[in-house]
Design a binder for this molecule. Structure first.
Ligand SMILES: Cc1cc2nc3c(=O)[nH]c(=O)nc-3n(C[C@H](O)[C@H](O)[C@H](O)COP(=O)(O)OP(=O)(O)OC[C@H]3O[C@@H](n4cnc5c(N)ncnc54)[C@H](O)[C@@H]3O)c2cc1C
Length: 361
């Protein structure tokens, strides 16, 4: 019998299982499909919120901690598995105007954010940006990782460390007796456990214990990918919610849509047109490249983008680790550390109040 079952093997479940295991907890990770096959595979992998100055401190504190963890984690994963999750220091150029709000945020969190006020300086940072762009914020320290490689490396790390996981085993019910968790029931069997963590992404409100208390909804995001050459575009560029992410091998991602239409992952011609138009306005040379692929993922949406990282308020030994919305990669590493502190009932590394069920009511 494991000490702790984690329901859902996206980045949040994988990072949580790994962190708890490294702290000596006997875990079992259960995933209804392949590990990392949902939102965690589909995302852009930018290790910064888009427009972080618009977010609550509760998001920024996790993001800043994660930025310190990722270089170490990427090295560990490579040493353990030989897999490179392509952590790149691409930097992020954001077309933005409200300088005071950004300066206040950058000062508060000690982030290197430089105001760029002329087209020549913009082009010195990223020479493919369209000529109309003549001001914005340059954050040279922003990193990215490549999602499919990251989830693959996390899975391989579980194998390396012998962390038990089962794919294609959906949890149908959290078994609760006298308001206390005693395990889960899957299609295959009932598995007893002392503790259960719900890390089921957009599906986290599906259980009877969570449907009335956990407010996580799917928010579809579509993305397109161009086939380019390495270093054709070097920087991540963001304008009016649309972004361009250059990968190491020359692939260039353009994202993303925000669609609240339930559990629907179909891709649309409308989204392709929208993303392509926004992309070529920002970086005109993309017009000459082939769109190689289009896909969609379901973000675990919460109203303010603040995740649940907490003990359930009514069911003993049930925990919720979900709702990272647009920021599951950038928040995930720090969030897993906090969840581990909570499960082990020790002093948490940051204030847990904003992530509780009551705080989000
Ligand atoms: C287009 C797009 C771009 C994005 N870009 C970024 C970015 O640049 N940076 C960033 O930080 N974030 C980004 N995100 C957000 C990020 O991808 C998510 O916040 C993150 O992946 C959420 O991870 P998760 O593990 O909670 O969810 P998921 O990856 O969806 O994992 C949840 C898992 O739970 C499983 N599950 C559900 N129900 C059950 C059940 N009953 N039993 C067992 N398993 C179950 C699912 O199959 C799934 O694998 C982006 C997302 C999208 C869609």
């Amino acid at each position: 019998m494991p000490d702790c079952i984690i329901v859902g093997g996206g980045v949040i479940g994988l990072l949580t299982a790994r962190q708890l295991f490294l702290e000596g907890v006997d875990v079992l990770l259960l995933e209804k499909g392949p590990l990392g096959g949902e939102s965690s595979w589909a995302g852009g992998g930018i290790i910064s919120p888009l427009y972080p100055w618009r977010y609550d401190d509760a998001v920024n504190v996790l993001a800043e901690r994660s930025k310190q963890i990722y270089p170490v984690l990427a090295d560990q994963l490579f040493e353990q598995t030989g897999q490179d999750c392509e952590l790149l220091h691409s930097g992020l150029f954001t077309v933005a105007e409200d300088q005071q709000e950004i300066a206040d945020w950058a000062n508060k969190w000690s982030v290197d954010a430089r105001f760029i006020n002329d087209a020549d300086s913009v082009h010195a940072i990223e020479n493919t940006v369209g000529k109309v762009v003549n001001q914005g914020i340059w954050m040279p320290d922003v990193m990215q990782l490549r999602n499919p490689r990251f989830v693959s490396a996390l899975k391989a790390s579980c194998e390396f460390l012998s962390i038990p996981y089962r794919e294609h085993e959906a949890v149908e019910e959290i078994v609760v007796e006298n308001n206390k968790v005693c395990g889960v029931r899957t299609r295959q069997q009932t598995i007893s456990a002392e503790k259960v963590i719900i890390a089921s992404g957009a599906w986290s409100a599906q259980f009877s214990a969570t449907e009335s208390s956990v407010d996580v909804v799917p928010v579809k995001g579509q993305m397109i990918m161009y086939k380019g050459e390495p270093d054709l575009v070097k920087r991540i560029v963001l304008s009016e919610g649309h972004y361009i992410i250059p990968r190491k091998d020359g692939r260039i991602l353009a994202g993303s849509t925000l669609e609240k239409i339930g559990f629907d992952k179909t891709i649309s011609a409308g989204a392709l047109a929208e993303l392509h138009q926004a992309a070529i306005e920002l970086i005109p040379l993309l017009e000459g490249l082939e769109v190689e692929r289009q896909w969609a993922g379901l973000r675990p949406g919460t109203e303010k983008g603040i995740p649940y990282i907490c003990q359930h308020d009514e069911v003993e030994n049930l925990y919720v680790h979900a709702g990272h919305f647009r920021n599951g990669i950038v928040l995930g590493a720090a969030s897993a550390e906090l969840m581990t502190d909570i499960v082990l009932d020790r002093e948490p590394w940051c204030d847990v109040t904003p992530y509780t069920i009551n705080a989000q009511d």
